[in-house]
Ligand binder design. Structure first.
Ligand code: ATP
Length: 454
C-alpha cells in the first residue's frame, strides 16, 4: 500500500514540477521568504483573487473596491500602532545561530534558555519590528523614512471618507482591497505559508456602533460559506476564537478560520470586530474628522465601528494546493501507470480549463485540434498537447488540475464529434464540437466536489 498522505514535500515538489511556484532567485541559491509564481501559479492566484473579488463586491450591493499605494505616509503606521507594537519576540541560539520566535518554542526551553534544536544557550528575548523600512527620495536619512505596508487595511481606513463621499455610500458599507503586504518574518518556513512578501485580500465593513455584534456574526457566516463555494473539504476548516491573551486591546471579538495544512491547523483568515479604534486613531493623528454624518437620521454623527475580514491570497493558494492534491490508484497492472496524482481544483479556479489533445499528430488530426482550440480560447484558458501517449497526456493535465480534456480522433474527422474527459471521474462523453463550450460552462455551474477518496 503506497503512502498517499499529503505532505508539504509533495506539494512543494508538484508546485515546482508543474509550474505553480518557484523559489525566488533560485539560480542564486534562493532568497528565504520570497517565492515566484509560475505559469500555473499566476493563473490560480488570479482566479482566487477574482473569485474573492466577485464574492465581496459584485455579490454585495454595498461593497466597493480600491487599490491603495504600498507606500504610505509614515504617520499612518504611528496611528495604527504598528511602529510601536508590530513586533515579534526574537531569540537566537548563541551556539548554532538558529533564530526563533520566542512565542513559538516550547516554554520550558525558553525558561531554561536552551536551544530546542541543539541545546545551546539562547540570547535574551528582544522585540523585533516586522516592518520593512526604506527611504523615499535620494537622501538616505530619517526624514525620508517610509515603510512597506505590512497589511492592506490601512489603505482602506485612510480612504474611508474619500470612498464614502465620492460614491455616496451609506453605512453599513464595505471597502475591499487585494494587494501586496510585507513583513520581515523571523521564521519563514512551510513553503508559501509564511513569507516576507505576500498578498492579502481584505474587506473592512463600516457599521453603526451598537450594530457591530450583529454584523460580526453576519460576516462570520459569509466568510465560512465562501470556503464552501470554493469547493474546500469543510472537514479541514475550523473556527478559532481569540482568547483574552490573543485579543488586541481594542478588539471586541475575533475569530480566525483555520485550515488543516499538512503541518496542522493554521490560520487562513481573520474575522475581527475592531470597534472604532482605527478611525478614531486616524482622526487623532491626522486631525481630520473621520465621523460619518447620517443624513437619513437627523445628521447624526459618529465614528463607525469596523468589522474586518482579512485573508491571505497566497496562503489560500497553498490551501488549495493542499486540499486539491490526491494520489489515486486507477489501475492494477503493477506498474507506475496504476497511480495518478490529481489536483481537484474547483473548475472555475483551475489554471487551465480545457486541454485539447489530438489522438495522433498525423492525418490532419493536429490541424483539426488546433482549429477546435482556436474556437475555445475566446472563452476559456486552453492548453494544447500532442506529444506522447494519450494516457500520459491525461496524467499531465490531472497534475495541474485541468478539469476537461477534449480529444480529437478519427471519428472527429468523419462526424465532427469529440470526446470530453472529466478529470475527477475520468469518464468520457462524446459530443458535437459545436456543443463543447456550452457543455463546459454547464459542468462548471453544476460542479460538486468529488467525495470518493478525498
Ligand atoms: P501571525 O500571527 O500568524 O503572524 P497574523 O495573525 O498577524 O499572523 P493577520 O495580520 O491577521 O495575521 O493577517 C491576515 C492574513 O494575512 C492571515 O490570516 C494570513 O492569511 C495572511 N498573512 C499574514 N502574514 C502572512 C505571511 N507572513 N505570509 C503569508 N500570509 C500572511
Amino acid at each position: 500500500m503506497a503512502d498517499t498522505a499529503v505532505t508539504m514535500d509533495k506539494i512543494v515538489s508538484l508546485a515546482k514540477r508543474r509550474g505553480f511556484v518557484f523559489q525566488s532567485s533560485e539560480i542564486y541559491g534562493g532568497l528565504s521568504g520570497a517565492w515566484d509564481y509560475g505559469p500555473q501559479g499566476i493563473e490560480l492566484k488570479n482566479r482566487i483573487a477574482r473569485f474573492w473579488w466577485k464574492e465581496m463586491t459584485q455579490l454585495h450591493d454595498n461593497i466597493v473596491g480600491i487599490d491603495a499605494a504600498i507606500l504610505m505616509h509614515p504617520k499612518v503606521w504611528h496611528a495604527s500602532g504598528h511602529v510601536e507594537n508590530f513586533t515579534d519576540p526574537l531569540v537566537d541560539c548563541k551556539k548554532c545561530k538558529a533564530r526563533f520566535r520566542a512565542d513559538q518554542i516550547p516554554p520550558e526551553d525558553l525558561a531554561a534558555k536552551k536551544c530546542p534544536e541543539c541545546g545551546g544557550e539562547l540570547t535574551e528575548v528582544r522585540k523585533f519590528n516586522l516592518m520593512f523600512k526604506t527611504t523615499l527620495g535620494p537622501v538616505e536619512d530619517e526624514s525620508g523614512l517610509v515603510y512597506l505596508r505590512p497589511e492592506t487595511a490601512q489603505g482602506i481606513y485612510v480612504n474611508f471618507k474619500n470612498v464614502q463621499q465620492s460614491n455616496r455610500m451609506k453605512i453599513p458599507f464595505g471597502i475591499a482591497q487585494i494587494g501586496k503586504a510585507f513583513r520581515n518574518e523571523i521564521v519563514t518556513k512551510n513553503f508559501i505559508f509564511r513569507t516576507c512578501e505576500f498578498e492579502q485580500m481584505e474587506m473592512q465593513f463600516f457599521v453603526k456602533p451598537g450594530t457591530d455584534a450583529e454584523w460580526f456574526e453576519y460576516w462570520r457566516e459569509q466568510r465560512w460559506n465562501y470556503y464552501k463555494k470554493l469547493g474546500i473539504d469543510m472537514k479541514k476548516l475550523r473556527w478559532h476564537r481569540h482568547g483574552p491573551d490573543e485579543l488586541a486591546h481594542y478588539a471586541k471579538d475575533a475569530y480566525d478560520i483555520e485550515f488543516e495544512f499538512p503541518m496542522g491547523f493554521k490560520e487562513l483568515e481573520g474575522v475581527h470586530n475592531r470597534s472604532d479604534y482605527d478611525l478614531s486613531r486616524h482622526q487623532q493623528f491626522s486631525g481630520k474628522d473621520m465621523q460619518y454624518i447620517d443624513q437619513d437620521n437627523g445628521n447624526e454623527r459618529y465614528i463607525p465601528n469596523i468589522i474586518e475580514t482579512s485573508a491571505g491570497l497566497t496562503r489560500q493558494l497553498l490551501m488549495l494546493l493542499c486540499d486539491a492534491y490526491e494520489e489515486q490508484k486507477v489501475a492494477d497492472k503493477g506498474n507506475e501507470d496504476d497511480w495518478r496524482t490529481v489536483m481537484h481544483f474547483h473548475p472555475e479556479l483551475a489554471p487551465i480549463t480545457v486541454a485539447v489533445l489530438p489522438l495522433m499528430k498525423k492525418d490532419g488530426l493536429a490541424e483539426l485540434a488546433q482549429d477546435i482550440r482556436a474556437e475555445l480560447k475566446e472563452d476559456f484558458v486552453t492548453d494544447y498537447d500532442q506529444s506522447g501517449a494519450i494516457g500520459r497526456r491525461y496524467r499531465r493535465q490531472d497534475e495541474v488540475g485541468t478539469p476537461f480534456c477534449v480529444t480529437i480522433d478519427y471519428q472527429t474527422k468523419e462526424d465532427g464529434t469529440v470526446t470530453v474527459r472529466d478529470r475527477d471521474s475520468m469518464l468520457q462523453e462524446r459530443l458535437p464540437r459545436a456543443r463543447i463550450a456550452e457543455y463546459i460552462r454547464q459542468k462548471i455551474k453544476e460542479y460538486k466536489r468529488p467525495s470518493a477518496g478525498l
